[in-house]
Each structure stands twice: as structure tokens, then as C-alpha cells.
Design a protein. Structure first.
Length: 202
């Protein structure tokens, strides 16, 4: 785990605020669409070859998840793809609303995939976050998000949500095709839009 930066607090009263661990890719930013758009424009894939992922390992995409996917993603980072991501509809307004409600937002993300590209991956991600005005107090790069205690997690990844709620912690899962088959847990609420995320937190 690495805390990359500690930024401004936009909550009205941070001493009394509840802390949210907020994921970025698939929750705030449409990473999947950004990556697939790049594959179409820069690598010659056709749009119909890149449907929405139905599994966490992108098995329905037309290249090997362990080789082709990783090599293309490395080039995507090198090409500045992480700085060019676009928010999911309602995410900017939704995160700002959570901050206005008094939540202390800690961004939790895992970006350290390729040696030599750590600085670019992190700086491009921060650039994107600040460009779109996503409020936060802490920015943490971490593999095991269950290490970071908080009152609530907002995430889309089964590998993040499952160990979190297994510890008895509350979470809001952002619905994607690849998390449809997660086992029911009373601590896990679901949202398919950002207004639904906010409603779960009010």
C-alpha cells in the first residue's frame, strides 16, 4: 500500500465526517469505454469485437487476458489514456454531493502494474481526477483495499467487495456486468446509477 498524496478536504466538518473508500475505474470513470475506444482508434479493433466485459478477466474480448490485454494496456498508459478518461454519468455531481453531505472521501485505486510507468500512471490519474473536480482528502494506491478501514466502500470489483463485506463492513457495489454473480451479503447494497449511490448514502 502507498499513500500517494494527501489533498484538500471539501467536507463541511471533517472531524465528524464518515470516511468513504472510493474506487475510480468502473465507478467514477468509465475506464472500460476509454480503453476500448483507444483499442479501436489506435490498434485497429472493431467496435463489435469489444463488447462490455462480462467477466473480471475480460474473457469475451478478442485477445489473451494475460498477454495481449496487458501489452495493449501498457501502451494505453504510455499513450496517456489514464489522463483522458471520462466520468460515468452523474459521477461528478454524485461525488460532490457526498462531499457536501460531510463524507470524507479517500480515493482507493490500484495503478502500479508496470515497472517504469508508476509515476505516469499515478500522475495521469490525479490529473484526470482534478480536471473533473472529483473531491477527495486522500489518494491511496493499494492492492488489498481491506487494509484501509472506513465506514463505507464504493467499488465495482468483486475481489475488493467480497473481502470487505466479509469483515462485516458496509459497501455500495456499482453494478457492472462482471459483478452480477456475486453472492448476496447483507452488508452489500447495489447501485446502477450515481443517483442511486447517493441515495444509499443519504
Amino acid at each position: 500500500m502507498m499513500i500517494v498524496s494527501r489533498f484538500f478536504l471539501t467536507a463541511t466538518d471533517w472531524v465528524q465526517s464518515m470516511k468513504i473508500n472510493l474506487d475510480l475505474d468502473g465507478v467514477v470513470f468509465d475506464w472500460e469505454m476509454g480503453y476500448s475506444d483507444w483499442l479501436v482508434s489506435c490498434k485497429g479493433f472493431s467496435r463489435h469485437e469489444l463488447p462490455r466485459a462480462t467477466t473480471w478477466d475480460f474473457a469475451n474480448w478478442p485477445f489473451d487476458a494475460q498477454m495481449g490485454f496487458k501489452q495493449h494496456y501498457k501502451e494505453f498508459i504510455e499513450d496517456g489514456g489514464l489522463a483522458a478518461l471520462v466520468p460515468i454519468q452523474g459521477a461528478v455531481e454524485g461525488t460532490q454531493r457526498l462531499s457536501d453531505l460531510g463524507y470524507d472521501i479517500r480515493i482507493t485505486t490500484h495503478k502500479l502494474f508496470y515497472k517504469g510507468l508508476h509515476r505516469k500512471a499515478i500522475s495521469d490519474t490525479l490529473e484526470c481526477v482534478e480536471e473533473w473536480g472529483i473531491p477527495f482528502r486522500e489518494f491511496c494506491v493499494v492492492t488489498d483495499k481491506s487494509q484501509l478501514d472506513a465506514d463505507l466502500m464504493i467499488d465495482d470489483g468483486p475481489r475488493n467487495l467480497e473481502p470487505w463485506v466479509a469483515l462485516g463492513r458496509k459497501a455500495v457495489g456499482y453494478r457492472q456486468l462482471y459483478n452480477q454473480n456475486m453472492i448476496h451479503n447483507k452488508n452489500l447494497l447495489w447501485a446502477t446509477t450515481w443517483p442511486e449511490v447517493v441515495a444509499q448514502c443519504e
